[in-house]
Design a protein around this ligand. Structure first.
Ligand code: PFF
Length: 453
């Protein structure tokens, strides 16, 4: 990023933006959340619904968020103050900042598991016959150990945001993310050549729509939003560091494509192994942490690959976490005049504290469950943030862009600086009608299925 005359930092070049946005998108959502959600919601049918959600709702909204940020050059709350002054629209941005806060609070817990697994995987892969599920359960119910790793992860996130993003994380991700990609491909090769892998492939690739309910639809929508970092202003914030000369439509397609590709690959690494090694696809949040070490244990040099994998997963989580903290930080800098360091540090501490119940939900508070959801505390945070706040945020961003700001204006703004392709009537129709109507409908039946039925 460089300083412009207007005093706001901007990405140094187009690749910088795409990499940062893809770094935000690609994270635990792809490798940890996507497989266990697919496993809990019946496999291939869920995967297809997720792909449709990415294409028809996700992509148009990525474009929307980026253009809102670029046109206003402000944080998610400031966007609405600039584009619709003296209206209550800023509340949409406020919901986004709040959601970023909630997501990061439990994201750091799961990222902490990943950091701990950099060494736990050594134990898991070097003792034949070990019970992988109990290693994971013992870890998460261990109170202090997960809390310490959660704290370490928050400190790393705060450190990067306080220092500014480009020199550290952007350079690192450019080198490290391709290695994660290669490692996933190696894992897939091992997984699909295990005896009994076909059953898992069939589960992942042959849809059974009879199992689809309102809950499934909402879960697929939530997964698409979470994975694309959509609905809470992360992309507004990153878009606000773009110039009018920068391209939006094709960059947005790159981000969506890379993110979806990594999620699909993670599914290919996990499902064949789950069935071949006798695990259950519906195992919940522990799925990747239980299954992948078991696959590493079946590989030559598995321990080394395992250590490398969880290290890279930690990096992927970090490039997402910084985008979550950047939303909250940008809001305090732009709207409240705080310094970057103070904003990042204070919010880091508060977010860590808010995340403690999510960790403790696996030990001291394991009996708590929210009526209707019947899940642990971490999943409860996850449900409210991803199944409720993100879609609500996306809905209002579409309505704002399609009606309040004005769709003609928006199209004109999006297409400024475009090179590969421009948006046209199709985008207008999606943002004005399809996106809001579908989100509304899916939210309504999803909530009905979850709490009323
Ligand atoms: N997209 C991230 C992931 O898939 O892990 C999570 C995330 C980051 C969600 C940033 C929302 C966000 F604003």
């Amino acid at each position: 990023m460089i300083n412009t005359g207007k005093n706001r930092e901007h990405w140094a070049n187009r690749a910088g933006f795409i990499l940062a946005a893809a770094g935000s998108a690609i994270g635990l959502g792809n490798i940890w959340r996507f497989p266990y959600m697919t496993g809990e919601h019946g496999g291939a049918a869920f995967m297809l619904l997720y792909l449709l959600a990415i294409l028809l709702l996700g992509y148009p909204l990525i474009v929307t968020e980026i253009v809102l940020g670029r046109a206003s050059q402000r944080d998610p709350v400031g966007v609405f103050k600039v584009l619709a002054p003296n209206t209550p629209w800023w509340l949409v941005g406020a919901l986004g900042v709040f959601t970023g806060f909630v997501i990061l609070s439990y994201y750091a817990v799961v990222a902490g598991w990943s950091l701990a697994y950099i060494y736990k995987v050594v134990i898991a892969t070097s003792n034949p016959g070990i019970d992988h599920a109990s290693i994971f359960k013992n870890h998460i119910s261990g109170v202090w150990e997960p809390i310490i790793w959660q704290a370490v992860f928050m400190i790393m996130t705060v450190g990067i945001i306080a220092a500014g993003v480009v020199k550290g994380i952007q350079r690192w991700s450019t080198i490290l993310m391709p290695i994660l990609f290669v490692l996933l491909v190696i894992l897939i090769i091992r997984a699909i050549t295990l005896p009994g892998a076909e059953e898992g492939l069939a589960y992942y690739l042959k849809p059974d729509f009879s199992k689809v309910t309102g809950r499934t639809l909402l879960a697929a929508l939530a997964q698409a939003f979470f994975s694309l970092s959509l609905g809470m202003g992360a992309l507004i914030t990153y878009g606000s560091y773009l110039n009018e000369k920068d391209e939006i439509p094709a960059s947005a397609a790159w981000v969506a494509g890379l993110d979806t590709g990594v999620a699909l690959l993670a599914g290919f690494a996990l499902f064949p192994a789950i069935f071949a090694l006798g695990f259950k696809p519906g195992a919940g949040p522990g799925l990747a942490f239980i299954t992948l070490p078991a696959v590493f244990a079946q590989m030559p040099l598995g321990t080394i690959f395992g250590v490398l994998f969880f290290f890279l997963l930690g990096i992927a989580a970090l490039t997402s976490a910084i985008s979550l903290l950047e939303v909250v930080t940008a809001w305090l800098i732009d709207e409240k005049g705080w310094s970057r360091r103070k904003a990042a540090a204070c919010m880091g501490v508060v977010i860590f504290i808010v995340g403690l119940p999510a960790t403790l939900g696996y030990s001291v508070w394991k009996d708590f469950s929210f009526p209707g959801l019947n899940t642990d505390l971490l999943d409860t945070y996850d449900w409210f943030a991803n199944s409720l706040f993100l879609p609500v945020g996306g809905f209002f961003m579409a309505v704002f862009t399609g009606y309040a700001w004005g769709i003609k204006h928006a199209v004109h703004e999006v297409n400024k600086g475009h090179k590969a392709f421009a948006v046209g009537t199709w985008w207008t129709l999606l943002i004005r009608y399809f996106v809001p109507v579908m989100i509304f409908f899916i939210l309504a039946i999803g909530i009905y299925d979850t709490f009323v039925k």
